[in-house]
Design a protein around this ligand. Structure first.
Ligand code: AGP
Length: 609
């Protein structure tokens, strides 16, 4: 998720662009750039935070009143000045910034190379820039024709702002699936990825719909449909203040990111599954390489470790390979004995967690191939691992991970299904069924968010006073109870423990007393009666039982409050059971009046031991 901005008016563009970009840094911050038009178009880019760009141009007199800008969250091509936007077509006719993903950029490269286009970066955006240039030159019908032909030809998502060398007083924009807002006041016209970037200048905005384009002149905006016909739009007034706008109207980043999960899960699935087939080739993991592994190690910290516990059950059950999951800080000091024919999977949102990075290096030292399941493109673990499977969660601002966690689960399911299929442990029919079921998870996640948020918020308010909570389950339900417990602890400061349901009676059940909150996760049909009987044991000692279970399991015997989730394949329940647990933790914390986005003592990425 990147941030684009643009301005066309009577003021100096550079000041407005830099100010607007600073309001979008939370959307991505691995590089930034601007293009300012005076007589010519001048482009300035820098790696890292926006401050680096500001420093680079602080002594340069930029009088131009037309410009575009960008802050990047890398999806294609590592964070670097070369890959930073704006991108420029081969002969400088087209300059462009982009937020989104062009899914068919490889085939477009082949097309453009046939017409002698060359590329200086690893980005899909540079390809998009040259495709617009290609149509602009081929049909000579001007910007709107080139943009419309491009929108018909490319697949993916985009919000773009474009400057054409031959049209000095115009900025052209277009969008599909990526957000864009256009504002206007007496000083000119503004475009941005979302409201915070322009709210300081105007609250009068236009909304541009999918597959529409617009020409931003100094004092007017002209909208076009895909046929190139002009369409009328009304200026509307927005009510958000700037702070609320950064969270797109949500009260906190955590609840915003919880609600982004259907979208980012879908994006992650689509980046690995096309036409009902899994394609991991971009990671370098060929079928032969995947077939060669005889053992799997999964190493991570915190919530990423909990994904590993889930993945252990799924990978071992599907692939019949021995799988061992370890906490990175333990792994790195236990002098591990590793099988050189093994695969070490390091799961990390930030890709910078010190213990996980050290574990990766230990594996490499022992000659074990390493795979990173990473959210931040070009992070240390991503760069040092032999293979990388990226999650497309976008920047995660809240310290407590939610959407990154969910996309890591998705990548684990896809990897397990692919290895099982390649090793002939599942037949084609099962392979296709698993793929089909994975593709239902975004909608099922949305179903939970739409239908259960209110009731979970209500029950959460009843438990803001508690000092202890227990999460129990078996198999994958135990794995996700680890995550539910951590979510509650880290944001609400309520002590909680996750227990394998069968383990409670080996001591911990002595802590259960009247009204102790016990959350039972029950999804694994073959063993659900076992968990039910464990819940009967704690209920008979006074516990208050909340259950999270699919509609078709009868828990009426034990449950004081039932959270019913949609059914899915047994392997994929963690994606659905975790959502109510995230919501419960969020609302209990909010009802306690705590800072849910920045809990005490915590950091988003633990880059120290
Ligand atoms: C989870 O909500 C925490 N933010 C924390 O446990 C986190 O998962 C852990 O520090 C690992 O971080 P990483 O995924 O960036 O490696």
């Amino acid at each position: 998720m990147c941030g684009i901005v643009g301005y066309n008016g009577t003021k100096r563009a550079v000041d407005i662009l830099l100010d607007s970009l600073s309001k979008l840094e939370y959307r991505g911050y691995d590089s930034a750039g601007i293009a300012i038009r005076d007589k010519d178009i001048e482009v300035f880019k820098s790696k890292g935070k926006l401050a680096n760009l500001k420093e680079k141009i602080e002594n340069i007199e930029l009088k131009g009143t037309v410009g575009i800008g960008h802050t990047r969250w890398a999806t294609h091509g590592e964070p670097s000045e070369n890959n930073a936007h704006p991108h420029i077509s081969n002969d400088g006719s087209v300059t462009l910034v982009h937020n989104g993903i062009i899914e068919n950029y490889q085939e477009l490269i082949l097309k453009l190379e046939k017409h002698n286009y060359k590329f200086y970066s690893d980005t899909d955006t540079e390809v998009l820039t040259n495709i617009i240039d290609y149509y602009y030159k081929k049909y000579k019908m001007g910007p709107i024709d080139a943009i419309n032909r491009t929108m018909v030809r490319v697949r993916g998502s985009y919000a773009i702002a474009v400057m054409f060398k031959d049209y000095p007083d115009e900025i052209w924009v277009a969008r599909k699936d990526s957000p864009m807002i256009i504002g206007q006041n007496k000083d000119g016209v503004y475009v941005a990825s979302d409201v915070p970037a322009i709210l300081k200048y105007t609250n009068k905005v236009y909304y541009i719909d999918n597959l529409e384009a617009a020409c931003l002149k100094k004092d007017q905006v002209i909208f076009y449909d895909l046929n190139g016909d002009v369409i009328k739009k009304e200026l509307t007034c927005i009510k958000w203040d700037a702070e609320a706008a950064e969270k797109e109207g949500y009260e906190h980043f955590m609840i915003k990111e919880i609600n982004e999960q259907p979208d980012v899960i879908k994006k992650t699935i689509n980046s690995y599954i096309q036409d009902n087939k899994i394609d991991l080739a971009r990671s370098g993991l060929t079928e032969d390489i995947l077939k060669s592994f005889k053992q799997i190690y999964i190493i991570a910290c915190g919530s990423a470790y909990h994904v590993g516990v889930c993945a252990q059950y799924i990978l071992e059950d599907l692939t019949r390979l021995p799988v061992r999951v370890e906490i990175a800080s333990e792994f790195r000091y236990r002098n591990p004995l590793l099988d050189k024919k093994g695969l070490a999977i390091i799961i990390s949102q930030s890709g910078e967690t010190a213990d996980s990075l050290a574990a990766l290096r230990e594996c490499k030292k022992q000659g074990v191939k390493t795979l990173g399941i990473i959210n931040v493109v070009g992070s240390s673990i991503a760069r040092e691992a032999d293979y990388v499977l990226y999650t497309l969660a976008g920047p995660e601002i809240a310290v407590a991970t939610t959407k990154a966690f969910s996309t890591q689960l998705i990548v684990s399911y896809i990897l397990a299904t692919e290895i099982a299929h390649i090793k002939r442990k599942i037949n084609k029919k099962t392979y296709l069924e698993l793929i089909k079921e994975i593709q239902t998870l975004p909608d099922k996640t949305k179903n939970i968010l739409d239908n259960l948020t209110k009731s979970i918020q209500k029950i959460a308010n009843k438990f803001s006073y508690i000092h202890d909570a227990f999460y129990i389950g078996r198999n994958l339900d135990y794995a996700i109870s680890l995550e539910g417990s951590l979510k509650l602890k880290e944001v609400s400061y309520i002590h909680s423990e996750a227990y394998a349901a069968g383990e409670l009676k080996h001591g911990t059940i002595s802590l259960i007393e009247d009204n102790t909150l016990v959350i039972g996760i029950i999804t694994q049909k073959e063993i659900y009666e076992k968990t039910i009987s464990n819940l009967v044991e704690v209920k008979s000692r006074g516990a208050y039982i909340i259950t999270v279970n699919p509609n078709d399991l009868d828990v009426s015997k034990v449950s004081n409050f039932t959270i019913n989730i949609p059914e899915t394949n047994k392997y994929f329940y963690p994606s659905l059971t975790v959502i109510p647990l995230q919501l419960l933790s969020y609302y209990i914390t909010v009802s306690k009046g705590l800072d849910v986005d920045k809990p005490r003592n915590l950091a988003k990425s633990v880059t120290v031991e």
